[in-house]
Design a binder for this molecule. Structure first.
Ligand SMILES: Cc1cc2nc3c(=O)[nH]c(=O)nc-3n(C[C@H](O)[C@H](O)[C@H](O)COP(=O)(O)O)c2cc1C
Length: 490
């Protein structure tokens, strides 16, 4: 046996982190699929859509349902400020506030987590801290927060008093400050044993164990105590997905789960993983405590031919405008100005949009890229994982080995069919290979306990910057405040 083969065999396999990816809209990897007879994404306005999603994903023992959110319209294409194309194709609109169905999903499940996107421009950090606390309480510790800074110009116009988003670099500075306020509210305002419920004295909360947070920063000011009690996980699992230079720094410092790209830009994703693990190490964190996920959209069949037939059927519903609408908003470039084969690469990176998402779609910012290439990329993406459970698992296993990937966000093409296929065809094959668990390691546990496969691991790990904000039951107020002063937090 060769040395590399021996090394490969002796390396323990990773237990993958697997999510079902969705959005508060008629979400599919294939824009226009809502016309397919089996597709039920247009029922996302009914609670049963969400409870079915949750039950199916938990049947497959997935780590979490991840819910993306971008708040406002994709309206750069044929714009600016034109919601028409997005509404007609049914892409990213109409849309719901996706945090609301989480309670309903939690009520029909026991162990699956819920990763939800909240932007740091959507509301004051005090309100978001209360919202996160509410959701972590009601799910009994199954919440994750995907921290985004927003990139759509429509967010500026519609949410920021008609103004503009901060410049890209400042968005991350604002986001770091926002996160620190939420750390303070959820971890430093209440001592972890403040809620005493002492019936004999008639005292519900020991108020000497609750302190005001005084924050006077560049972007926010706040003075007062958190209104919510300590939550089951202390702090939700932290998720992040920006892969610009600033995005990588922010993620390396704070995130526990990081989304780096997708199946059609794997070598770029592999480079990001390597770079962010190194950055995390520079911040004193265990680089392998961070789980890196890439997006993938498997289309599965019981036979190879069945999978191919499904792909051909699904892709015949793809509306080519969809990829143009999406990319225009992510890149900030109105593709409608260009002919189908006209290069537009010279415009890439010259505005305030998402750097990471633009790079992910283009794979490289070549000057020769065109609208046709954008459409072809989106089609190629749906073709990457088409096959039987065995065939798709072979590819996944190879990607994991080659690029040091820890898991996947599985998007669906047709709902609920694609998710059912993942659960019934792909998951059993991954289980058979030792790449996925047969059951949650901590049934009824928290999101973080299952993420790290360890009971009583509900709080952030010791080497995480959020750890030092926690007011533990052994610390007097004075000792705690002195500690915060020493650490430069107070
Ligand atoms: C899998 C994945 C999911 C994402 N989900 C969201 C989302 O829900 N909302 C959002 O505003 N941005 C989302 N993004 C975009 C990034 O979080 C980030 O905000 C954006 O790329 C801008 O940051 P950057 O310029 O540092 O890349 C997602 C990116 C990826 C790869």
């Amino acid at each position: 046996m060769t040395e590399t083969k021996k090394q490969k065999l002796s390396k323990p396999k990773k237990t993958l982190v697997l999510n079902a990816f969705t959005n508060g809209t008629l979400y599919s990897q294939i824009p226009g699929i809502w016309r397919h007879p089996n597709d039920k994404t247009s029922t996302h306005t009914e609670l049963s859509y969400w409870t079915q999603l949750a039950k199916t994903a938990e049947r497959g023992k997935l780590n979490s349902i991840f819910i993306a959110d971008t708040l406002t319209y994709f309206d750069v294409y044929k714009g600016p400020n034109n919601p028409g194309p997005s509404l007609e194709v049914g892409i990213n609109a109409p849309k719901l506030d996706p945090s609301i169905p989480i309670s309903a999903m939690a009520s029909v499940t026991e162990s699956i987590g819920f990763g939800i996107t909240f932007s740091t421009v959507s509301e004051h950090p005090y309100l978001l801290a209360r919202r996160l606390a509410t959701l972590d309480h009601l799910t009994q510790g199954r919440l994750g927060w995907n921290i985004v800074a927003s990139y759509l110009p429509s967010v500026g116009r519609q949410l920021l008093n008609g103004g503009e988003l901060l410049a890209h670099e400042d968005r991350y500075a604002q986001t770091q400050e926002y996160l620190e306020i939420v750390y303070k509210l959820l971890l430093s305002s209440w001592r972890e044993d403040a809620l005493i419920k002492d019936k004999s004295r008639g005292v519900y909360v020991d108020s000497s164990r609750v302190r005001n947070i005084e924050h006077d920063g560049k972007f926010f000011k706040l003075n007062g105590a958190s209104i919510t009690s300590i939550i089951p996980q202390g702090f939700p699992v932290i998720i992040q997905a920006g892969t610009s230079k600033q995005g990588k720094e922010f993620a390396a410092k704070n995130a526990e789960i990081i989304f780096v790209g997708s199946g059609n830009n794997l070598s770029q994703s592999g480079e990001s993983i390597k770079e962010i693990r190194q950055l995390a190490q520079n911040y004193g964190r265990d680089p392998y405590s961070i789980k890196f996920l890439v997006s993938a959209a498997p289309i599965l069949g019981k036979t190879h031919q069945e999978a191919i037939d499904k792909w051909e059927d699904y892709s015949s519903y793809a509306n080519p405008e969809g990829s143009q609408i999406m990319f225009s908003s992510q890149s900030g470039i109105n593709l409608d100005k260009y002919e189908w084969d006209e290069p537009f690469g010279q415009e890439v990176g010259k505005n305030n949009a998402s750097i990471g998402l633009t790079k992910n779609t283009l794979n490289s910012t070549t000057k020769t890229t065109s609208r046709r290439k954008i459409f072809e990329n989106s089609k190629e993406y749906t073709k990457l994982l088409v096959g039987t459970g065995e065939e798709v698992a072979n590819i996944i296993e190879e990607w994991v080995e080659l690029y040091d990937i820890d898991g996947f966000n599985f998007s669906q093409s047709v709902f609920p069919e694609s998710l059912e296929d993942i659960v019934e065809i792909l998951i059993p094959e991954l289980q058979k290979r030792g790449l996925f668990w047969y059951d949650y390691p901590v049934p009824n546990g928290t999101f973080r306990e299952n993420l790290y496969q360890q009971k009583d691991h509900s709080f952030l790990p010791k080497d995480h910057p959020g750890y030092q904000y926690r007011w533990t039951k052994d610390e007097s107020r004075e000792d705690f405040e002195n500690k915060l002063k020493d650490e430069g937090i107070l």
